[in-house]
Ligand binder design. Sequence first.
Ligand code: SAM
Length: 217
Amino acid sequence: MLEDTPKLQGLRERLIQALIRKGIRNMSVLNAMRQVPRHFFLPEMFAEESYEDHAMPIGEGQTISQPYTVAKQTELLNPSSGMKVLEIGTGSGYQCSVLCAMGLKVFSVERNVALHHQAKAVLSRLGFKPRLKCGDGTLGWDTYAPYDRILVTAGSPEIPEELIKQLAPNGILIIPVGDRSTQHMKLLSKDAEGNVSVESREAFSFVPLIGKQGWNK
Ligand code: SAM
């Protein structure tokens, strides 16, 4: 794995400026993305390309999300330092690192064993200490529930009931919902009494969320 060189830091800053031009305004999201070297999550030959604003393959038929998508989902999540956040779809571990860099208590679930182990190694190299689990994230992670925030990084046909249950009062759940090619980002809010409301935002294209309360394959 390459070190974080001045050249790569320069490319990362150029990416941050591109995200600002695309409308990302939350400074704690931008600063966390400034801090986390995205090239650590990809093979060495893609180090420079990792600072272009697009999704890239990470093996096992999966992708590391586009930086704009990571920034937008995290901005919608709107977490405050110290909150408990559950991420579904650890993938490369990049989004998980951004959440850790924001000072959040992060719990992340990945269904693919190889990706789970790969992400664990990179996160530990960066000194982040999220709790990671390999399993079906459509069922959440009830051991540590409830969560102040839940972020799903794969596209689902609907919002899994179990995730709504594991969301704390005054919590926010961000999840792309739609068919297998296009999804709309849904922002589900739970009020202090447990009432739920859902808003729909812009369209994205995610790999499928596969599990008991997602797609069946
Ligand atoms: N957040 C990731 C990152 O920063 O690299 C990107 C995630 S990738 C777009 C979606 C991930 O969700 C894949 O790694 C996939 O294996 C995983 N996934 C799909 N269904 C899942 C499920 N039911 N539970 C947990 N992970 C799941």
